[in-house]
Design a protein around this ligand. Structure first.
Ligand code: FES
Length: 170
């Protein structure tokens, strides 16, 4: 297994004070639009940037303040693949299921992650430590199978290495 860094941040704050501060920031983002429905994508992007996903309660606030039906907002979220209503773990595991990685054992990596820590694609561990996604290609097909956790890309991963990889994250 080879490991490289990509520089993507992985940690998020939590707690009641944090939630209040974030809600204020989201309200500020909405207020900056002057209530224009045309700004909804920008609002959704900034909201997801703050929280990591788009919770239903926040979408109701956006719907109310931009005077846009919730159904339209859901339509936008499902159209753009980068929007998600599912919370992410502190560390997001991405397993490549592109053709090269699939042929070289990507599914076996998913099978191991399903056993321990019990993750299905789209899932999150009960302690919010890890969430799992599948991706089409991580750009190093010649070194498959490939997976990434936050800012680290792991190449030529053997199923037997996954436990050690996960244990290196707090
Ligand atoms: S197919 Fe997995 S890195 Fe390209």
């Amino acid at each position: 297994m080879e490991r490289i860094e990509t520089g993507v941040p992985a940690r998020r704050e939590t707690g009641a004070g944090y939630a209040g501060r974030i809600f204020k920031e989201i309200q500020g983002v909405i207020d900056d639009t002057g209530g224009q429905a045309g700004a909804v994508i920008r609002v959704l992007q900034q909201t997801q940037g703050l929280i990591g996903y788009l919770p239903g309660t926040v979408l109701m606030t956006i719907s109310r303040d931009l005077k846009m039906p919730l159904s339209e907002i859901y339509g936008i979220i499902s159209f753009y693949h980068f929007f998600t209503m599912v919370p992410k773990g502190r560390h997001v595991i991405q397993v490549c299921m592109g053709t090269c990685c699939y042929v070289k054992g990507g599914q076996r990596l998913l099978d191991i992650l399903k056993k321990e820590p019990g993750l299905e694609p789209g899932g999150i561990t009960p302690d919010s430590k890890f969430s799992l996604e599948t991706v089409r290609c991580l750009g190093c097909c010649g070194l498959s199978p490939v997976m990434a956790i936050g800012d680290q890309v792991y190449r030529r991963v053997k199923p037997s290495e996954i436990k050690d990889i996960l244990s290196s994250y707090e």
